[in-house]
Design a protein around this ligand. Structure first.
Ligand code: ADP
Ligand code: MG
Length: 237
């Protein structure tokens, strides 16, 4: 559903993404791990059509900048970007109009309740805390019921209720056949559901790890540190 082939992104002469190839199938949760500055957000922004790059990115077979691709894709950015003078309810209405959704009110109501925003509907974007803005951003991304969704460090700044709900939403989306690409530093947060993990270091994918690739006594965290610091038990008996 999300297919990246030989994608390179340079800022000036600096290669922030170097020949990245990855794919996320329907019903698959792909986790993107890597230290700060590895290039995860750059990769995500490129896939979402916000940056120019060399190579190919398709969503459901459509080039990522096409309307068809954008219709299929939801995006929760690392830093929420809300309209300061629109209310929470108006943000959802704006998305519904932009995507020409016909029946959306009930779904919007459910999302707001789920993320404890139903009593914040009339609050302006600028009046919300960072965590609330993050939750509105999640609701806006989910409202069009995308077939693929990309979340950039989505748990940062959320309260425990928000973290629990978002993890549950991610799990439900996966079950319902959505393709998910999630970057996170909270390795254990995706432990239950992940299908494939891409470990990025210095702009490159250094390791693609499927759940079946792990030994019984090996955790994703072990693999991560083996790749990024070379100090885990990986390969030892
Ligand atoms: P991550 O999300 O993994 O922390 P980023 O994709 O944000 O990493 O950044 C990757 C590298 O690209 C970093 O070295 C960062 O400084 C650089 N970078 C990110 N955005 C820009 C930009 N707009 N202009 C120049 N360099 C950038
Ligand atoms: Mg980032």
């Amino acid at each position: 559903m999300i297919d990246v082939l030989g994608m390179t992104k340079k800022y000036g002469r600096f290669k922030a993404n170097d020949n990245i190839t990855l794919s996320v199938g329907s019903g698959e949760l792909a986790v993107l791990l890597g230290p700060n500055g590895a290039g995860k957000s750059t990769l995500i922004k490129s896939v979402c059509g916000l940056l120019r790059f060399d190579g190919s990115v398709t969503i459901g077979g459509y080039e990522n900048h096409t309307t068809e691709a954008k219709r299929l894709l939801g995006y929760v950015p690392e830093f929420p970007v809300l309209y300061p003078m629109l209310t929470v309810a108006e943000h959802l209405e704006f998305i519904a109009k932009a995507y020409r959704l016909s029946t959306w009110e009930e779904n919007a109501e459910k999302l707001l309740q789920r993320f404890e925003l139903d009593d914040k509907k009339m609050k302006l974007g600028k009046e919300l805390s960072k965590g609330m803005q993050q939750k509105v951003s999640v609701c806006c991304a989910l409202l069009p019921q995308p077939k693929a969704i990309i979340l950039d460090e989505p748990l940062i700044g959320l309260d425990p209720h928000g973290i629990r709900e978002l993890k549950a939403v991610i799990s439900e989306l996966r079950e319902s056949g959505c393709a998910l690409l999630v970057s996170t530093h909270m390795i254990e947060s995706m432990e239950e559901n992940w299908d494939v993990t891409y470990i990025m270091v210095k702009g490159r994918i250094e390791r693609v790890c499927r759940r079946a690739d792990l030994d019984a006594n090996q955790s994703l965290e072990d693999v991560y540190f083996a790749i990024t610091e070379g100090n885990s038990q990986e390969g030892k008996s």
